[in-house]
Design a protein around this ligand. Sequence first.
Ligand code: MEV
Length: 436
Amino acid sequence: MTSQGRNSRLPGFSKLSAEARLEAIASFAGLSPEELLPLGSPDNGLPQSIAAHMSENNVGRFSLPLGFATNFRVNARDYVVPMVIEEPSVVAAASFAARLLRDGDGIIARSTDPIMTGQIHFPEPPPEGVLERCIEDHKGELAAALNRLHPRLVAAGGGFIEARVRRLTHPDDGHPLAVIHIHVDVRDAMGANAVNSMAEEAAPLLEAWTGARVGLRILSNLPMHRRVHVEGHVPLKAGGGESAMDPEEARRIVEASRFAEADPYRAVTANKGIMNGIDAVLLATGQDFRAVEAAAHAFAAYEGRYGALARWRIIDERLVGTMDMPLALGTVGGITAVHPAVKANFKVLGVTEATRFAEIVAAMGLAQNLAATRALASEGIQRGHMRLHARNFAVQSGATESEVPEVVAAMVALGRSDPQAADLCLAELRAARSRS
Ligand code: MEV
């Protein structure tokens, strides 16, 4: 079944050559040869002249593998998802789990409006009530001053929403501290620039209105009001089927999920697996992955104890996974308009709205968690990883493209995946070929 004309189910994609995969991606996303070019080129179309101005003391550019996860369906629409990652098996695992989660409308994702928080810190706050009264009395004036900075954001339906007082205590002596949070709808931007400039603009106004000194004024990277909720399900059916799972396998996944929910040692590893998928998409799309990582882990610990981001249960003959997380992503700003491969990857995704983009990213995290948990709850990950690691070692040992499959097969038959085994299998293969 296709959704809205796009079918991300690309059977045999993993068996194609890199060139043929690019052609399949181009035909899936309707990319022109020029648009496709940065994805296949060694520097991803990023000229040194641009790279040199992105960050300081630059000496060049740095490559990582780019791949595409297939099979994704989110809110009844199909997606092929770009991923930049060096770890073997993450892209394959995402594609596999996305196939399991394709049933019906696929993964269902819901997001809040894209609301970010800025913090204006009062190290020696005035008596309780003063800050509260100030933001109430000057509501309109504050909104006008902050929105004046970003007319385009306001025209797009975003802008300053409200200010709230947050009271804290000093960690050393218990003295009061206060913060004014400003909430800003940043629309399709990640929002750091808009929020930081608004916080800096608000600070002197608040000082003048309250007589209290402002300390820091900066974006919070914990966007509790910019969240995505995803829910995925896999029908249970003995014997399988393309998008179905054996009930015993599902029971083991639930058991593993409960372990992660109960134990921070396990939760952090499960969450790392979720971030394997999420970070890979963020790198491919030029996002601030450090901000997303920081927020994800703070959110996982928000109730006072670090917990699992995702949760799996069996409900009505289906394995159901849910996950809620903050995601501050942008489809405009940053390097999204500058980096040729980032632009091409957004075209492949076919999204322009930041909230839709965040829904795909969260769906990727949930799929990755399903794949990792399923592997761990059955054969373990080492056997599954073995072939992929073996391929890396075969390439490192100098095997040519035509030799790699045979070297890998020999290593798997030996039950070994290490550099010495790759050297040995390559030498044996070459000796056998020279004899024949
Ligand atoms: C490895 O990069 C990620 C996993 O450890 C995640 C998990 O344990 O769920 C496999």
